[in-house]
Write a protein that binds this ligand. Structure first.
Ligand code: AMP
Ligand code: ZN
Length: 485
């Protein structure tokens, strides 16, 4: 790889150079629990993961990317008590669990596509991997890491002293300050690997197992699926910061206890999108979806752009004003990108621009800085249009903001004069025919004046255009482009 990629590894709490001895980088991202729509906070995490994946691809790595679908076992409370979110969602909507799983998984994929997030190689569903989960619990059982209670099979964290390492937990305060619902658990940090179906309620999703009818714990799902598809140690495991303390800590415990080997080398976590200083929670009912954004006439890519305004490890506060500002800034950025031209770009300057952009990306995916480099490049009066366009095109491999596609609102009208000259008008609103005719005549007159060295006439026309805000570009292929305000 041409330049080192520095990534912040939660496991070591430091930026490290990413390396791998595999041919393909294995990347596992905790996926959605499909009991409701994803909110834009969830989507911020998937956007950060998309930048990571695009950066790896851009640097020349092959990537095997897995995002699971949690369609069972994620309970309302982190303490392994309460209802299954999926069963509760089904009751709320009067549908089967399988129906809501399908519906919200489809809605999630639409969000992903609207935001230009690359599809993973696989979307494994928890409910398709019961055998693998049961096998992993059996492995833990045979190594003495489990115990059973009247409601399930639990992981015994007392047998795994490294449990506290990942989240830097203080073992003393964990015991003393614990107010979690313990039930029959031996320690507050112990967690369910397999839950028995309640005797009094008929669950829609339940499976037979060596321990009786029931369903898997949420943490075992991700571990079983990542082990199956990516092996050990997997290169990068990602999620939101809320997962550090419980979900990922538990995943590490169960995999490393079961196998005696390191689970994942890099752990990366995206900070939260915050709304009114509150964590945006799907379960709270108070959340904004991408559909809400679209219904307000805002392009989903404006939301993608908005998330680039903060580093992924910094909390980002959402407001509609800030989103509108990001939409405007995306338009402004696109306007700075010159149209296609036949002129050659300056290869050295293009490489320099791309290298500066890449340096920011390779510094733990510093998008605010990378965007700053792009703005600077596009505003640099010493660079030719072709050079600017080439840098923007390369940057868009990572940004995926459709930078080179003309805004859908732009109207392009092309004229060919009697002498064969092509004039292309680009405007954001319909311009009346008489105005276009007038501009066309003046462009032709200016060309002829210049050809006859009548520079005063040519300059007067140019000044008139500048006053009116018309931007006239003489393209190398002989055509003239006129951008109207
Ligand atoms: P869930 O569907 O609740 O399992 O969450 C899916 C992903 O979104 C996980 O990686 C969470 O850590 C992440 N997440 C949840 N809430 C937020 C938020 N407000 N901002 C950013 N990421 C979040
Ligand atoms: Zn997970």
């Amino acid at each position: 790889m041409s330049q080192p990629l520095y990534l912040y590894n939660t496991a070591t709490r430091s930026k490290e150079v990413f390396t791998t001895d595999q041919n393909t980088v294995g990347m596992y991202c905790c996926g959605p629990t499909v009991y409701n729509y994803a909110h834009i906070g969830n989507l911020r995490t998937y956007l950060f993961e998309d930048i990571l994946k695009r950066a790896l691809l851009w640097l020349g790595y092959k990537v095997k990317h897995i995002v699971n679908i949690t369609d069972v076992g994620h309970l309302v409370s982190d303490e392994d008590t309460g209802e299954d979110k999926m069963e509760r969602g089904a009751q709320r909507e009067g549908k089967t669990v399988w129906e809501i799983a399908q519906m919200y998984a489809d809605a999630f994929m639409n969000n992903i596509h609207d935001l230009h997030i690359l599809d993973p190689d696989l979307w494994p569903k928890a409910t398709d991997h019961l055998d693998e989960m049961i096998e992993l619990v059996q492995q833990l059982e045979s190594r003495g890491f489990t115990y059973s209670t009247s409601d399930g099979i639990y992981f015994d964290t007392a047998h795994f002293p490294a449990y506290v390492d990942f989240a830097r937990l203080d073992p003393q305060s964990l015991q003393a300050g614990s107010r979690v619902e313990m039930g029959e658990k031996k320690a507050p940090t112990d967690f369910a690997l397999w839950k028995f179906s309640p005797r009094d309620v008929k669950r829609q999703m339940e499976w037979d197992s060596p321990w009786g009818m029931g369903f898997p714990g949420w943490h075992i799902e991700c571990s079983a699926m990542s082990l199956k598809y990516l092996g050990q140690p997997l290169d990068i495991h990602c999620g939101g910061t809320d997962h550090i303390r419980i979900h990922h800590t538990n995943e590490i415990a169960q995999v490393e206890a079961a196998t005696g080997k390191q689970f994942a080398r890099f752990w990366m976590h995206g900070e939260f999108l915050v709304l009114d200083k509150e964590k945006m929670a799907k379960s709270g009912g108070n959340f904004i979806t991408l559909d809400t954004v679209k219904q307000r006439g805002i392009d989903p890519l404006a939301y993608r752009m908005f998330t680039f305004t903060a580093h992924y490890r910094t909390p980002l506060t959402f407001s509609w004003d800030a989103l509108h500002a990001a939409a405007q800034s995306l338009q402004n950025l696109k306007k700075l990108i010159p149209g296609e031209s036949a002129e050659a770009a300056d290869a050295d300057l293009v490489s320099e621009g791309i290298a500066r952009f890449g340096e920011a990306i390779c510094d733990d995916l510093n998008l605010p800085r990378a965007l700053g480099v792009l703005w600077e490049t596009l505003k640099n009066p010493n660079l030719t249009n072709a050079t600017k366009r080439a840098v923007a095109s390369e940057a868009d491999c990572i940004l995926a903001l459709d930078l080179l596609t003309r805004d859908a609102r732009e109207i392009v009208t092309e004229f060919t004069s009697a002498t064969g000259e092509v004039i292309k008008f680009i405007s954001s609103a319909q311009t009346d025919h008489a105005t276009l005719e007038d501009i066309k005549l003046k462009i032709e007159r200016r060309k002829h004046a210049r050809a006859r060295k009548q520079f005063d006439i040519a300059d007067a026309i140019r000044e008139e255009f500048a006053r009116k805000g018309y931007v006239i570009k003489d393209m190398k292929n002989g055509t003239t482009e006129c951008v109207l305000p």
